[in-house]
Design a protein around this ligand. Structure first.
Ligand SMILES: Cc1cc2nc3c(=O)[nH]c(=O)nc-3n(C[C@H](O)[C@H](O)[C@H](O)COP(=O)(O)OP(=O)(O)OC[C@H]3O[C@@H](n4cnc5c(N)ncnc54)[C@H](O)[C@@H]3O)c2cc1C
Length: 399
């Protein structure tokens, strides 16, 4: 089976590795002319790790991360450091935080040689989903047919935009700065988030003692800020320890801001003919549950399992492949869209604008039993891939 994967992000690379290991002939078409070692941290939960295990990448992932979050208290605090809500330990004990650049390097190294075509921008996919038109860096145009096309071209997916019924993106009302400290910082026994009014700060440990942090503020998406790092200091520099120490230990040059968007509405399908959307292209969600990349990993493991019976065939039957893609569409919409909705609701709660709203939210959080919070977290984190080539009529999506 010949497969084109559009986009060498986490979703595209996981899919390419999975299908290649199952025996498919895979090319990855990536617009960027080179792969840069950039980015900050990424939280990977037990569901993402289960997907990596299914793809045969779990051990390598464990080797580049540590289960450090397990020894820390986690939940939400107030800017003075007092706890609003504490998660039970078993709701975070499976979390591993990875530097994005290290994960990316690990995934690229997992591809067979000559799989990755850098500087190749996909400009169109035919309506039957089989033919990929692309432009290489020297301006040469190509049209090539594949058995399956996986559109993993991210939140601004041009492929999704060309589909009927694309809902477009919605700005959440808040933007996020991210950074990684350049030296180890003591987290003083706790991690997670701190919630103020229209402001949020989060921290998580990397395996070498450095800390990944993010800061979120309600603001216009296009607000001009002269000095991003200075703005973060101004907003969060007076918050509880170790937030000021984290900012002190961060090189201002690595701090960048991103407006937080998600899909304005859920898509009615992730599939058109032989083309499927995967990762943010299919279900861009706000990062409030830290699930975007985890869901992309699940997508990759699901698609790999479903296409596995045909992957090594040179002429796979149309019926078999199309049933597998229809099952992918069904399973992945059922799994990802409620999670995207939940992430959006949590973000709205975190950024409730009024003082009264904040007082009400904080009271609600203090009164919610830790066991209920843990149950909610675990419902998202519990997932298993479908068995290879399963029949769509006998399954329902794991929630
Ligand atoms: C502030 C923030 C914090 C987050 N934290 C977490 C977290 O802790 N845990 C988590 O699971 N998720 C998190 N996420 C979400 C996560 O980053 C994304 O869900 C994930 O990276 C999406 O991966 P992807 O492969 O779908 O897309 P991308 O990583 O965006 O990859 C898409 C690729 O496609 C390429 N491309 C685009 N168009 C074309 C084209 N026409 N032709 C060829 N190539 C193309 C791009 O260059 C890119 O390489 C966070 C997101 C944000 C914004």
């Amino acid at each position: 089976m010949r497969v084109a994967v559009v986009g060498a992000g986490i979703g595209g690379l996981c899919t390419a590795i999975g299908l290649q290991r199952a025996g498919a002939e895979v090319v990855v078409l990536e617009r960027a002319p080179e792969l840069k070692s950039v980015g900050s941290g990424l939280s990977v939960f037990p569901n993402g790790i289960a997907a990596l295990d299914a793809l045969g990448l779990g051990q390598q992932f464990r080797d580049i991360t540590a289960a450090d979050a397990a020894r820390l208290d986690a939940g939400q605090r107030r800017p003075d450091g007092s706890w609003l809500a504490r998660l039970p330990h078993d709701a975070v004990s499976g979390l591993r935080v990875v530097h994005r650049a290290e994960l990316h390097e690990m995934l690229v190294a997992g591809l067979q040689p000559a799989t990755l075509h850098l500087g190749t921008t996909v400009s169109a996919i035919s309506i039957d989903g089989k033919t990929v038109e692309s432009l290489s860096a020297n301006g040469a145009g190509t049209a090539e047919a594949f058995d399956v096309v996986v559109a993993a071209d991210g939140i601004n997916s041009a492929i999704r935009r060309s589909w009927p019924g694309d809902p477009g993106l919605r700005y959440s009302g808040y933007s996020s700065w991210r950074g990684v400290t350049s030296r180890p910082v003591d987290l003083l026994g706790a991690a997670g988030e701190t919630w103020g009014r229209g402001l949020r700060f989060g921290m998580a440990p990397l395996r070498d003692g450095r800390v990944y942090w993010f800061a979120v503020a309600t603001m216009p998406a296009d607000e001009k800020v002269n000095d991003e790092y200075a703005r973060v200091r101004e907003l969060f520099g007076g918050w509880h320890a170790p937030i000021p120490a984290l900012l002190d230990a961060t090189d201002p040059a690595v701090v960048f801001r991103l407006p937080i968007n998600d899909l304005a509405n859920p898509l009615s399908t992730f599939r058109r003919g032989r083309c499927v959307l995967l990762g943010d292209a299919a279900h861009a969600m706000t990062p409030d549950l830290g699930q975007g990349a985890n869901q992309a990993m699940e997508d990759a493991a699901t698609l790999t399992a479903l296409l596995q019976p045909f992957a090594a065939q040179t002429a796979p039957t149309a019926d078999g492949v199309e049933t597998a893609l229809a099952t992918y569409d069904q399973l992945r919409r059922a799994r990802t869209q409620p999670i995207a909705r939940r992430a959006r609701t949590l973000g709205a709660l975190a950024h409730v604008p009024s003082r009264t709203g904040v007082a009400f939210r904080n009271a609600l959080m203090r009164l919610t039993p830790a066991s209920a919070l843990g149950k909610q977290a675990k419902a998202v984190q519990t997932w298993a891939p479908p068995s290879a080539g399963m029949n769509p009529t006998v399954t329902s999506s794991p929630r």
